[in-house]
Unconditional design. Structure first.
Length: 218
């Protein structure tokens, strides 16, 4: 039977979480909001609308949401030509593809941002499909992004593993019924990932690749 290895992208395969933190902070600052960076960091991995709602609350001027998102996209877009993939991210995907896994990306990124991330990973030959923000109505921690990734792969949840770096990833994967692996390279503590549903936690893609034979992706 076929198997699916589903991967989050930001903070998992590409070292972008802190770029998102800085550019969201600047977007909020330009709009007159003082939002601490540590709070933004804990919200990375949510879709833009959910991130703004979590950080500014229900009493915010929701008419400003689209402007905040656009400002963040413009600021973050300055880095598209130099987004850094984590060490061995591409090699990990190619190894899994070689081992018979269907590799699928599940990300809140879309459009030019997603294209830039895929260029950074440089492993398109190993990627079966991508579930982007454009494909789902609800983002993580709802299970829909992971469920859609499994639909694209044609693989049931019990034959899949999801790898991510945030509690939102772990919750989405757990709700979708897949085994979840966490990575620490996004900056979220091990205990938080485990509490949210991570079966095992690795430092980064290189660590997971080096210990692949002992992992749920063996």
């Amino acid at each position: 039977m076929e198997r699916a290895a589903v991967f989050d992208v930001d903070g998992t395969l590409v070292d972008t979480n802190h770029l998102h933190v800085a550019t969201w902070w600047e977007a909020f600052r330009q709009a007159g909001h003082k939002v601490p960076m540590h709070a933004i960091h804990r919200s990375i991995g949510l879709g833009s609308e959910d991130l703004v709602a979590r950080l500014l609350g229900d009493r915010r001027d929701t008419d400003q949401d689209a402007e905040l998102s656009a400002a963040h996209k413009a600021l973050y877009g300055q880095y598209f030509d130099r987004l850094p993939a984590f060490e061995d991210a591409g090699r990990l995907l190619r190894r899994l593809d070689h081992d018979g896994w269907k590799v699928v990306l599940a990300t809140s990124a879309s459009g030019p941002e997603l294209s830039a991330l895929r260029r950074a990973i440089s492993a398109d030959d190993a990627i079966t499909a991508t579930a982007s923000a454009d494909d789902v109505e609800e983002g993580k921690p709802a299970p829909e992004p992971v469920e859609h990734a499994l639909e694209l792969a044609g693989v049931p949840a019990e034959r899949a593993v999801f790898v991510g770096d945030t509690v939102w990833d772990m919750r989405a994967g757990s709700r979708a019924g897949v085994r979840c692996l966490g990575v620490l390279c996004g900056g979220i503590p091990r205990a938080d990932l485990e509490e949210a549903g991570a079966e095992a936690v690795y430092d980064d893609p290189a660590h997971l690749l080096s210990d692949l034979k002992n992992s749920p992706l063996a």
